[in-house]
Design a protein around this ligand. Structure first.
Ligand code: NAD
Length: 492
């Protein structure tokens, strides 16, 4: 790949923890043929100091490497004020010179690893100050959050689109870089045993859990304006719903896959006003114990209002009113300070018409297909089989495939895959504006209903799986959350 990569926010946490190690991995896999990186941030640094910090971040993520000096020799630094045109003018001159030195064919990637309020102004300056006047491709990579509601997202999109076309905008949803999230469509569309069953005739419900044990940590200021609904549901959870629910695309092209995902969003049942509380549950953690350590409640975290109404947990029932999914609830839950760190999808199949076999003392388990997203990666199929030695007693058996067990050393990091996709011009695993707009419209109705009255928070102790109401959400439909601890994949 041939590209000049300009990282805005190159002294920040994301650049250090994710972007530099991912670029190094691409470099060491020989995926970067001709490349240079210009790191841009406010602080004044020499190229040498910047290269040292890139080395340190690669070392701390991946250990010491022989070819680090060669890798960092491609890195340059420019101190920059994002609001000042003259900064962009000198950046343009510098970029043109690097482009010539490395023969980069005028290909440019602008990666905005900065606070979201800068996204729009930077995009406008890139155009007005001539940085987008290139002979090759120009692409804009934007981190989340893309707005904080539909209106602000529209405004941001307008600013961005005045400088870049939709095809040139790569909106990152780092869940779409995860190996097992990308695997959803392969599992669905490459297996004759699943696709015929993937509908409301055979599936009773789908459960998606993304739980963290960490609290809000030092991100209180940002999180107070976001909450679990905007931070997790609007993007990552909705993307997983779309991948699980979409129709088979006619081709594996970006446009075909995205348009199938958009059709799922168009079929989402609208839930608003008082109805919201029948479909969604919000929570905020109180104090509690995680791994034998006492942890404070959310309202005692730094930079958090002591009367905060911000939710650190959301559970919901999402209905997709189309032919395939009518009547099948997609239950989602996500939260901080929960009992386990786990992202899993459970597809629960309907019971067989008549049970002839029993497990000792209880009914047969339904068949489950579990997709383990993180920390383990794999799939497990839960079946019933004859208990060895027994008469006709059945027992549950699990067929497991653990990705981490086999490919651990080779599984590329999410950001590495996304960066590579962007260089190749493959936007499939980035979110299209239509997806963003539909999911904000969906989420805005929920947050509007939650403005008033204030919630009675905290309502779940740290170290639990969320408030009681989240369990009741399923119980009233005759289901329950499959405990994440019972679903572990056996690592080979
Ligand atoms: P950060 O606060 O650690 O870094 C911000 C960077 O922006 C720094 O390099 C800083 O110098 C630069 N900057 C700030 N104001 C500037 C100005 N006026 N002019 C020039 N440069 C300026 O932020 P971060 O954690 O790296 O996050 C960056 C973006 O990535 C945010 O949108 C965030 O939501 C998103 N994100 C971060 C993570 C993560 O793991 N850190 C994960 C997902 C998304």
């Amino acid at each position: 790949m041939t590209s000049l990569i300009m990282i805005f926010g190159a002294t920040g946490d994301l650049a250090k923890r994710k972007l530099f190690p991912s670029l190094y991995r691409l470099f060491s896999r020989n995926r970067l043929e001709k490349f240079a990186v210009i790191g841009v941030a406010r602080r004044s640094l020499t190229n040498d100091e910047f290269q040292q910090s890139v080395k340190e971040s690669v070392r701390s993520a991946l250990g010491n490497k022989d070819n680090l000096d060669e890798f960092v020799s491609h890195f340059y630094y420019q101190s920059h004020d994002v609001a000042d045109s003259s900064s962009y003018v000198s950046l343009r001159k510098f970029a043109n010179q690097i482009d010539t030195n490395y023969d980069l064919e005028g290909n440019r990637i602008f990666y905005l690893a900065m606070a979201p309020e800068f996204f729009g102004p930077i995009a406008l300056h890139l155009k007005s100050d001539g940085l987008t006047d290139v002979t090759g491709y120009k692409r804009l990579v934007i981190e989340k959050p893309f707005g904080h509601d539909l209106e602000s997202a529209k405004e941001l999109n307008k600013q961005i689109r005045s400088a870049f076309s939709e095809k040139e905008v790569y909106r990152i949803d780092h869940y779409l870089g995860k190996e097992m999230v990308r695997n959803i469509e392969v599992i669905r569309f490459a297996n004759a045993i699943f696709e015929p069953l993937w509908n409301n005739r055979y599936i009773s419900n789908i459960q998606i859990t993304s739980s963290e044990t960490l609290g809000v940590e030092e991100r209180g200021r940002y999180y107070e304006t976001s909450g679990a609904l905007r931070d997790m549901l609007q993007n990552h959870m909705m993307q997983m719903v779309a991948l699980l629910a979409m129709e088979p695309p006619i081709k594996l092209t970006t446009d075909e896959i995205r348009s199938e995902k958009v059709r799922v969003f168009r079929a989402l049942r609208t839930v608003e006003g008082e109805e919201v509380n029948q479909y969604f549950v919000r929570g905020q953690y109180g104090e509690g114990t995680i791994d034998d350590v006492q942890v404070p409640k959310y309202r005692d975290e730094p930079m958090v209002d002591e009367q905060s109404n911000t939710e650190t947990f959301v559970a919901g029932k999402i209905m997709i009113d189309n032919f395939r999914w009518a009547g099948v609830p997609f239950y989602i839950r996500t939260g901080k300070r929960m009992a386990a760190k786990s992202t899993k999808i459970v597809i629960q199949f309907k019971d067989i018409p008549m049970n002839l076999y029993y497990q000792t003392d209880k009914m047969l388990n339904p068949n489950l297909l579990v997709i383990h997203i993180q920390p383990e990666e794999g799939i497990t199929l839960h079946l019933n089989a004859k208990k060895a030695g027994g008469h006709l007693d059945a027992q549950e058996v699990k067929l497991s495939f653990a990705n981490t067990g086999i490919h651990a050393m080779n599984t590329p990091e999410g950001y590495e895959k996304l960066l590579y996709d962007c260089m190749r011009g493959d936007a499939t695993n980035f979110t299209h504006w239509d997806e963003v707009a539909y999911s904000w419209a969906f989420v805005d109705r929920i947050s509007a209903a939650w403005q008033q009255p204030m919630a009675t928070f905290p309502n779940y102790p740290a170290g639990s799986m969320g408030p009681q109401e989240a369990d009741e959400l399923l119980e009233k439909d005759g289901f329950f959350w499959w405990p994440v601890s019972d679903l572990e994949v056996d690592v080979c």
